[in-house]
Design a protein around this ligand. Structure first.
Ligand SMILES: Nc1ncnc2c1ncn2[C@@H]1O[C@H](COP(=O)(O)OP(=O)(O)OP(=O)(O)O)[C@@H](O)[C@H]1O
Ligand SMILES: [Mg+2]
Length: 281
C-alpha cells in the first residue's frame, strides 16, 4: 500500500510539468555518442513513449557519428573532421546514408513502436523537407538551408513521432544529397516546427569546464570564450552553436543532457531536478 501511495505521489509530482509541456513540441537530438548499450536505448524509447502518451509532441533527430566512423574504417575510408564536422567524400556520404537511414533510424523506430509510440522514420529527402548546401571544404557535408515544416507538422498533428536521420536533399536537382551534422539538423527542425524545447542527449554530463566540472548554464559570450580557449572542442562545437541558433529561431530553452544516465530525459523534463547544461540567450 505504502509503495502504491508513493507511485501516486510521483505521478502527482510530475503533474505541473506535464501541464506545462502538454501539446508542446520538444525536439530531442539523440546523439550517436549516447546510443551505447541496448538497456539504455530501451529506456530512452520508454521515455519518449511516455512523453508522447502524456500529451507532448516529441520529435527525434538522431546522430550516428561513432557507427559511421566504425563502418568507414571497415571499408577503408578515413574519417576526417574539421571543427567537429565530418568531411564527406561521395563515398563517405554513401556510408553515412547507409548507417543513418538504413541501420540506426530503423532501430530507433522499432524500439519506439515496441513501447507504444507511433514512430515514423524519415530523412530530409522525404518529400524534400530539408534542403542543404555544401559547406566550403567539407565535400558532401552540408548546412541546412531550408526546412519545409508541412510534412513534419502533419505527422505531429496525427500523433506520429518523427524520427529524423540527418541527411538532406540538395538544393539543386541531381545532387546526391548532403550529410548533415545531427546537431545542426536538430536546430533547423526545432526552428521550423516552433519547438518549445531542444534537448541534445550526448555522452558527457553537459558542457564541462577545463577541470571537467559541469557548467550549469552558458550564454553566447561564455560559449565564444570557451571555444576560443579550447575548452569547447570537437563535437561540442556544433552542439553549442546549434543550441544558440535554435534560441535565436524562437525555441524557448536548449539543454545539453547526459544520455548515459538512465531516464535522464524524464528527470530533465518531468522533475525540478535540472541535470543538464542550459544554453541561454
Ligand atoms: N567542453 C566540453 N564538454 C563536454 N564535452 C566536450 C567538450 N569539448 C569537447 N567535447 C566532446 O564533445 C563530445 C560530444 O560530441 P559528439 O559529436 O562526439 O557526440 P554526439 O553529438 O552526442 O554524437 P553524434 O555526433 O554521433 O550525433 C564529447 O564526447 C566530448 O568528447
Ligand atoms: Mg556530434
Amino acid at each position: 500500500m505504502q509503495a502504491k501511495r508513493e507511485t501516486v505521489q510521483t505521478l502527482l509530482d510530475a503533474l505541473p510539468f506535464i501541464r506545462r509541456f502538454w501539446g508542446e513540441t520538444v525536439v530531442i537530438k539523440y546523439g550517436g555518442a549516447a546510443q551505447t548499450e541496448s538497456g539504455l536505448k530501451d529506456k530512452f524509447a520508454q521515455d519518449i513513449a511516455l512523453l508522447a502518451l502524456v500529451g507532448m509532441k516529441p520529435v527525434i533527430v538522431h546522430g550516428g557519428g561513432k557507427s559511421i566512423t566504425d563502418l568507414s574504417a571497415r571499408l577503408g575510408i578515413d574519417s576526417v573532421f574539421q571543427n567537429g564536422l565530418r568531411v564527406s567524400s561521395e563515398k563517405a556520404l554513401w556510408v553515412a546514408q547507409m548507417v543513418l537511414c538504413g541501420d540506426i533510424n530503423t532501430e530507433i523506430v522499432s524500439l519506439l513502436n515496441d513501447h507504444g509510440a507511433k514512430a515514423i522514420g524519415i530523412n530530409g529527402k522525404d518529400g524534400n523537407f530539408a534542403k542543404a548546401v555544401g559547406i566550403d571544404g567539407l565535400g558532401f557535408t552540408g548546412d541546412v538551408k531550408e526546412v519545409n515544416p508541412d510534412l513534419l507538422l502533419k505527422l505531429i498533428a496525427d500523433r506520429f513521432v518523427p524520427v529524423i536521420a540527418p541527411i538532406a536533399a540538395g538544393s539543386e536537382p541531381k545532387q546526391p544529397g548532403f550529410n548533415i551534422n545531427a546537431d545542426l539538423m536538430a536546430c533547423a527542425v526545432a526552428g521550423a516546427v516552433r519547438a518549445k524545447k531542444l534537448i541534445f542527449m550526448t555522452d558527457t554530463a553537459g558542457v564541462l569546464d577545463k577541470d571537467g566540472r559541469l557548467i550549469r548554464s552558458i550564454n553566447r559570450a561564455d560559449a565564444a570564450r570557451l571555444k576560443e580557449n579550447g575548452t569547447i572542442s570537437g563535437g561540442m562545437i556544433p552542439k553549442v552553436d546549434a543550441a544558440l541558433s535554435a534560441l535565436s529561431f524562437g525555441v524557448d530553452k536548449a539543454h545539453i543532457l547526459d544520455g548515459r544516465v538512465e531516464h535522464s530525459l524524464l528527470l530533465e523534463i518531468l522533475t525540478s531536478e535540472g541535470i543538464s547544461t542550459e544554453i541561454t540567450r
